[in-house]
Ligand binder design. Sequence first.
Ligand SMILES: [Zn+2]
Length: 319
Amino acid sequence: MTAKKNRKQALFDKFSSQLTLLKENGLIDIELKFDKTYICPLCLNQFSEDDLISDDSKNYLTEEDAPPASLGGSRIALTCKKCNSQCGHNIDYQLKELIEHEENSKFVKGTIQRGTVDFEGKPITVEMTSDGDGKLKALHNEKLNNPSIFMRFIKSVKKDVMLTFKPKKNRLDGKKINYAFYKTNYIITFSKFGYIFLLDKAYNNLRDQILNPKKELIGYNLAIHNSHLKDHIGTHYILDKEIKGIFNIFNLKTKLTQKPYGAFLPIPTISIDNFVTEMEKKIIKNVAAFNKSIYDENADLFSDINEIKKIINWIYNKN
Ligand SMILES: [Zn+2]
């Protein structure tokens, strides 16, 4: 077996055996179609072990990375090919663009950004590079410009002349950035808790939003950046009654920078609207340091039924 096959098989076994355990203990109310069933966490379609084999004549299971692999994430779950490519196309790339945009606007050392400088009322395309000590270099490429204007431009540029650099328009979309964070956070949560509570229909809207960015069902920013978060990477429980939820803190990193983000997911018995309202009150009152505890990596939430029941109790217990 190849390494990739082994990884996929291990993920399949981990999640499908938890699903069987939950079913046997009456903790989920879903008919499982196969002896070993994997449910795609995004579309909730069921897959069998045969679907681990890539087969373009049908939908099959693929490795899913969260955060995106291009930002240092690793493969922590499986999603179906259809969901995986749909998200890749529609929303995942927004996080990479966001980080690159931030690096570019700060002219972080090593950034290369394409843009224009105006000359004779026309734009000359240049690539701006930064060496991090305040010096920027604009590299012009004759292939990217009208040759005659370009030659006149080159002749006329003098030392110490001021040029206004306009960065190329980016593809950033505030809504899609939100959805990309919803997805990354949802998949990280799935990797830690599997099917214990994520199959709850309370998350149908969230899944629908992740898969269909055009629908605009949820409009909240559930992700925050704060440099202090870097000391708390990992999964946390928010314990305060009105904002009970999961709080994942992760790095988005490129070759040049690394930035910690935290993202919230309310438990299924709290609506996202209420969660956000209550969270804002907390932040206004400056008690943003909400009560939290860290996920116990030693508690086996995939095969220890007592540990699983503790989570169910925490979530669905009204007290
Ligand atoms: Zn799917």
